[in-house]
Design a protein around this ligand. Structure first.
Ligand code: HEC
Ligand code: HEC
Length: 297
């Protein structure tokens, strides 16, 4: 029988694991093991979790990262983050981040954003409006850096070179800034944009072809963009409950409103296909580095 490289690897892993599991079960009673857990090596913890059935079933792309790095809180070094910023295809097909973001001089680097140094990442963009990319120590899921890696620009399939400042974009932005009211201006000029194809860019479907009711499927994220009430209710109101639905409008604050973020922010690297998984293993690691305090050493 001929084994592929990955099969061979798996076989040696199984063989090794088997030996250690056997050694462990001879050496320790399992209650003693639980008490000893804080002193166990990472490999011993992993084997214990296997025995206890605590390793989640494989499947998701970042399964290994979740199981072996995130759950065990392995410290992420800036050195690795720096490699990610300098490496093509690090978050899905595309050139390296630093080709376009390598200096705080906005005449040389998009948004005056320097992703080539730790200091530059922490300071964020320097061109107006200046933006911090994350808050060290906090979950960055909704912060700019991780948003740009995970959130596809809407309408889904929108090309990155379509402008984000068309009259239609400005109507939505100003409507949110003015309080997101359910008035005659909204009904006549803003609401219809969501149900019109090509309203926010050439060759793009209407928002409501994907977000038309509270039921998923067919409506992505149970988001209903056909009425004022639906927009204000937000996403996932059935799955999470009406009180805990994800609000997509913050009246008076377009920047904090997911509708505006999804209309205006291109996923990075520019041109990446929306079909590329949004939870790339390296995005998970970048998030972990930020949650751990974004340390530069
Ligand atoms: C080919 C050039 C290019 C590459 C490569 C690129 N970007 Fe960008 N990036 C841009 C442009 C252009 C903008 C500004 C337009 C926009 O906001 O979409 C931008 C904006 C951003 C912003 C928003 C900054 C702010 O002030 O709000 C972030 C964050 C960002 N990029 C992160 C990244 C990351 C992380 C990577 C690597 C995965 C990356 N970019 C790769 C061109 C690029
Ligand atoms: C072809 C289908 C499709 C179209 C058209 C579309 N969306 Fe989406 N939308 C999605 C999918 C899929 C997601 C899940 C996240 C992702 O892919 O980035 C999503 C996510 C969102 C979210 C985030 C919801 C959350 O829970 O955070 C908002 C807001 C949103 N879309 C608004 C819009 C708006 C506004 C339009 C029109 C300009 C639009 N969408 C058009 C498919 C679509």
């Amino acid at each position: 029988m001929i084994f592929s490289l990955s099969q061979k690897l798996r076989l040696t892993q199984i063989a090794k694991t088997g030996c250690v599991v056997a050694a462990l079960s001879i050496g320790f009673a399992s209650s003693a093991l639980a008490q000893e857990k804080h002193r166990m090596t990472l490999a011993e913890q992993m084997i214990q979790d296997m025995k206890d059935g605590k390793l989640a079933a494989p499947g998701a792309d970042d399964h290994v990262v979740q199981e072996l790095i995130i759950k065990r809180n392995i410290p992420i070094t800036y050195k690795y983050i720096n490699i990610l910023m300098n490496t093509p295809n690090a978050f899905g097909p595309g050139v390296a981040c630093v080709t376009c973001h390598n200096s705080q001089d906005p005449s040389k680097s998009y948004r005056g954003l320097d992703l080539s140094t730790c200091k530059g990442m922490i300071e964020g963009s320097t061109e107006k409006p200046k933006n911090a990319l994350f808050v060290a120590g906090k979950d960055p899921k909704r912060d700019i850096l991780i948003r740009r890696l995970r959130n596809n620009r809407m309408p889904l399939g929108q090309s990155f070179d379509n402008p984000t400042y068309t009259p239609a974009h400005m109507l939505v932005k100003n409507w949110i800034a003015d309080g997101a009211k359910n008035d005659a201006h909204f009904t006549k000029n803003v609401l219809p944009l969501f149900s019109t194809a090509n309203a926010f860019g050439p060759s793009t479907p209407a928002c409501t072809s994907c977000h038309m009711s509270n039921q998923e499927p067919p409506s992505f994220h149970e988001l209903n963009l056909t009425t004022h009430a639906g927009i204000m209710l937000g996403a996932d109101s059935v799955a999470k409950g009406v009180d805990k639905s994800t609000k997509v409008i913050v009246a008076g604050n377009p920047g904090a409103s997911f509708v505006w973020q999804h209309l205006a922010e291109d996923r990075m690297p520019p041109g990446i296909s929306p079909q590329e998984p949004r939870d790339h293993p390296n995005t998970t690691i970048l998030s972990a580095w930020i949650k751990q305090g974004a340390k530069c050493d």
